[in-house]
Design a protein around this ligand. Structure first.
Ligand SMILES: [Zn+2]
Ligand SMILES: [Zn+2]
Length: 104
């Protein structure tokens, strides 16, 4: 299955104008370009897995929304054609949550 780039809506204003401002070996701080809210996305595992997940082509850029897999901690979390989150590394189906939400 060909996965697509992760898209993330701001937890405050629901804008899709969201950028990743750090690096995976530091933190997952994101900022909303619309309202200035910062937040960190996390995932939790649904317990389901799918196999044969192919990473997006072209790959996401460094400032594209990024989150780590709740199971294997890979940052290879993408979106399926059904708009679900999946880890291309271990195949875990994930749900997105937001932490450290700070309104700008
Ligand atoms: Zn916002
Ligand atoms: Zn994983």
């Amino acid at each position: 299955m060909q996965a697509q780039k992760l898209v993330m809506a701001c937890p405050v204003c629901a804008s899709g104008d969201v950028y990743y401002t750090c690096t995976p070996n530091c933190c997952f701080n994101h900022v909303c370009g619309n309202c200035g809210t910062t937040f960190e996305p996390v995932t939790s595992a649904t317990g389901r897995t799918i196999s044969g997940v192919v990473a997006p082509d072209p790959m996401p850029e460094a400032s594209d929304p990024t989150v780590a897999c709740a199971k294997c901690e890979a940052t290879a979390v993408y979106r399926t054609s059904e708009d679900k989150l999946v880890c291309a590394h271990c195949g875990a189906m994930l749900v997105l949550e937001f932490t450290k939400v700070a309104q700008g």
